[in-house]
Design a protein around this ligand. Sequence first.
Ligand SMILES: Cc1cc2nc3c(=O)[nH]c(=O)nc-3n(C[C@H](O)[C@H](O)[C@H](O)COP(=O)(O)O)c2cc1C
Length: 216
Amino acid sequence: MAEQVGAEADFFSVVGTQRAMRRLKPDPVPEEHIKRIIWAATRAPSGGNRQPWRFLVVTDAAKRKALAAVYREGWERYRASGYGGSAGRELAPEWAESNEKVLRSSQYLADHMAEVPVLIFPCIFGGGPKDLTSGSSIYPAIQNLMLAARALGLGTALTTIHRWNEPRVREILGIPETVDTAALIPVGWPKGKFGAGLRQPVEAVTYWDSWGAKRP
Ligand SMILES: Cc1cc2nc3c(=O)[nH]c(=O)nc-3n(C[C@H](O)[C@H](O)[C@H](O)COP(=O)(O)O)c2cc1C
């Protein structure tokens, strides 16, 4: 990609280095930062501009501990069911290595979730069928939130494993049954450095005018 300047450089370097950061320090995060990243979330599109969202920010230590236990149990169930395995696929070395890294950092997060200073639950309400379209009115907001966190130097990861026991999450947080927790976003100062995640090149994922038609 050509070298970017000014605001473009900021935007593309934020997007290019926003990735799952699961090793987070327990140090507190200023409330202004939390409000700012939620502001970014609220700039996102939603169907009919209904903005069917609430952002439940959890800083209470006892609640974080209870939620971490739900997450940990969910993670163990996923692992036991074969999650993260190559399932007979022959992976290229860089993808196999990336897979291993994801597993190690996911395990770390499952083991340390209670220490993460801020857990944000982007919630969606409004009923209707639970399909790809309904989820589309919350995930752009989540991505905005994570990009804004990256711009402030805060690490996040989009996680969903808590949903294996959403009734318990609702109970801990007093969430009504008409509301779904679309994700659990741990937010904190990263222990490591931000960097680019492994992704397929643009040419490999772009078709022009007809399905399958690529340009070099
Ligand atoms: C829908 C969705 C669900 C995810 N669920 C989890 C999760 O429960 N736990 C977790 O540690 N990471 C989860 N992830 C994060 C992915 O593992 C991560 O985005 C992917 O490995 C790319 O990581 P990278 O940006 O560091 O390259 C989820 C991501 C998405 C988009």
